[in-house]
Design a protein around this ligand. Structure first.
Ligand SMILES: [Zn+2]
Length: 182
């Protein structure tokens, strides 16, 4: 599971940081106060062109942007979004597929939550990549109210400002109220 970053990943990181440095100048001219955030965002947009931050709550989007700007400029760490907000119908399709695969709703909900319970539908959940970026977020995300919430999903984080800096209890997997076997 803990695979070291590939040479390709490292190369992408170096190129992306280089691009962001080049983009800092136009960003400084355009929006001096947000230059680092903008240059980082533009460079990450080239690295992760398919990502989509729309539908996240304002708080979740601002926290994610601030966290990955920090990761980028402080540690040269790239964090991309694999999946953010999902509409209820898309989440229902994922859940239904999992029910077919697992054989029952009870088994399915340990891997995919139904729409009413999903942080992705609520706009506060973020699936990130690559693994190294997720590890950074696990270590430093609390500063931005972002927390990994499941043992079995290294990529899944949630924006949880209501805990006021106290990490929410991490559950073994989705769909269980208590730390129990999945
Ligand atoms: Zn997720």
């Amino acid at each position: 599971m803990d695979q070291p970053p590939t040479i390709r990943d490292r190369l992408f990181a170096v190129v992306t940081v280089f691009l962001a440095v080049v983009l800092l100048l136009p960003a400084l001219v355009w929006r001096p106060r947000r230059a680092r955030e903008l240059a980082c965002g533009w460079a990450l947009g080239l690295r992760f062109p398919a990502e989509d931050l729309t539908g996240l709550t304002d708080g979740a989007r601002a926290a994610f942007t601030a966290a990955r700007t920090e990761a980028f400029w402080r540690h040269g760490q790239l964090i991309g979004l694999t999946s953010g907000h999902r509409d209820p119908a898309a989440q229902q399709r994922l859940f239904d597929e999992e029910v077919r695969r697992c054989g029952s709703p009870a088994a399915a909900r340990l891997r995919v939550l139904p729409p009413a319970e999903s942080g992705h539908v609520a706009g506060i959940a973020l699936d990130v990549r690559p693994r190294e970026g997720a590890l950074w977020l696990e270590k430093h995300g609390a500063r931005h109210d972002l927390y990994r919430t499941y043992d079995n999903e290294w990529w899944h984080f949630e924006y949880r400002p209501e805990t006021h800096g106290v990490p929410p209890r991490r559950l073994p997997c989705p769909g269980v109220a208590e730390p129990a076997s999945c």
